[in-house]
Design a binder for this molecule. Structure first.
Ligand code: 4NP
Length: 154
């Protein structure tokens, strides 16, 4: 599996999603590729937000070496699954689609959570208290990804 996590800035949510899922697949011994990108160019080359690094570290997940990049059209061919954090990210990625095979790869991250009533991972950038909630949501959704794509582990 090759999975790309996508948010707006690629400094808060998608680096956490990348780090959490990578941590889990390493434990499972899976040879998957996990990456992340932003739809916007604001933070290209920057490390994740210090609050994302801190909440990840609390859970023994090191995301400090990640660097932000912007999603590109080729990503829609290179990855099997493109997981967007909210509806705005979803629409922005959809606008890059050139063919139907690419469109099918784009989903909302929370599609993989057991509680389907929550569709979006909220942007925590302006909310210091939001990072804990975002971590828990991504932890749940990444469990769902493993359950779907490695049925024997669930
Ligand atoms: P992210 O959060 O999309 O989860 O990385 C944001 C980061 C930066 C900004 C907005 C959202 N910003 O406006 O700079």
């Amino acid at each position: 599996m090759k999975i790309l996590m996508v948010c707006l800035g690629n400094i808060c949510r998608s680096p956490l999603a990348e780090g959490i899922l990578r941590h889990k697949i390493e434990i499972e011994g899976l040879d998957w590729t996990i990456d992340s990108a932003g739809t916007a160019a604001y933070h290209i080359g920057n490390p994740p937000d210090a609050r994302s690094i801190a909440i990840a570290k609390q859970h023994q997940v090191d995301i400090s070496r990640q660097r932000a990049r912007q999603i590109k059209t080729a990503d829609l061919d290179d990855f099997d699954l493109i997981l967007t954090m909210d509806h705005s990210n979803y629409r922005n990625v959809l606008s890059l689609v050139k063919e139907e095979s690419q469109r099918k790869k784009i989903k909302l991250m929370m599609d993989f959570a057991l509680d389907h009533s929550i569709e979006e991972v909220p942007d925590p950038y302006w909310d210091d208290d939001g990072f804990q909630k975002v971590y828990q949501m991504l932890d749940t959704a990444t469990e769902g990804i493993l359950a779907v794509y490695t049925p024997s582990s669930s």
